[in-house]
Design a protein around this ligand. Structure first.
Ligand SMILES: NC(=O)c1ccc[n+]([C@@H]2O[C@H](COP(=O)([O-])OP(=O)(O)OC[C@H]3O[C@@H](n4cnc5c(N)ncnc54)[C@H](OP(=O)(O)O)[C@@H]3O)[C@@H](O)[C@H]2O)c1
Length: 184
């Protein structure tokens, strides 16, 4: 059976998602949303994201994408491709791809849903969320909030997008060119 794939990410200005193996911010409302979305589900992540966690995410099945499937990650399954990870995921509901860059790139080609937390602030970072074709996605939910990060009030948005149905041969559904880079 083909699994429903969802992408989850928290993204600051310029698409920044990580720095030196860590998240550059601590945003409790985003952590709560992440937990609500992924609890009791399967989460799939790259090896660096796994290493940044320091152990498995509780109450979830953890799958780590790694080119060496013989590697041991205690508390997680280690798999060498996203397709194989989706095939072995044992929890019900969607499979959540939670980062980093390459897992998101691959998941964006097949995912039905994107859950993005947009953090309206500049951070220094070395990993970005991939650019994606915004015309392929329809926003279905937006919730705006504000919370201090390092003592500075910071605006954020919880955004949910679903993939638009593509209708071959229909002019009205022809996608417009352009990509979203989540910059600014
Ligand atoms: N803001 C957020 O929401 C968020 C979420 C998650 C992580 N992060 C941050 O992002 C950074 C980590 O992301 P990253 O992009 O550097 O690393 P990553 O994707 O987590 O891990 C990279 C490793 O995973 C392997 N890998 C990735 N995709 C694979 C695939 N499809 N099949 C097999 N192996 C695969 C890579 O193998 P190869 O070397 O062969 O490519 C590499 O060894 C950290 O700073 C972390 O804190 C932020």
């Amino acid at each position: 059976m083909k699994r429903d794939i969802h992408v989850v990410a928290a993204v600051a200005n310029g698409g920044i998602v990580g720095h030196e193996g860590k998240m550059p911010w601590h945003l409790p409302p985003d952590l709560r949303r992440f937990r609500q979305l992924t609890r009791e589900r399967t989460v799939v992540m790259g090896l660096s994201t796994w290493e940044s966690l320091g152990g498995p995410l509780r109450e979830r099945e953890n799958i780590v994408l790694c080119p060496e499937p013989s590697r041991v990650c205690e508390g997680a399954l280690v798999i060498d491709s996203l397709a194989a990870a989706a095939a072995v995921a044992s929890r019900s509901g969607p499979v959540f791809v939670i980062g980093g860059h390459r897992p998101w790139v691959e998941a964006l080609t097949v995912a039905s849903t994107l859950h993005l937390t947009r953090i309206h602030r500049d951070f220094v970072g070395d990993v970005v969320f991939p650019s994606f074709d915004a015309t392929q996605w329809r926003e279905i939910h937006r919730e705006v909030g504000e919370h201090p990060i390092d003592g500075v009030p910071t605006r954020y948005e919880f955004l949910t997008f679903v993939r638009r149905a593509t209708v071959t041969g229909s002019r009205s559904h022809r996608p417009r060119p352009g990509t979203t880079t989540l910059s600014g």
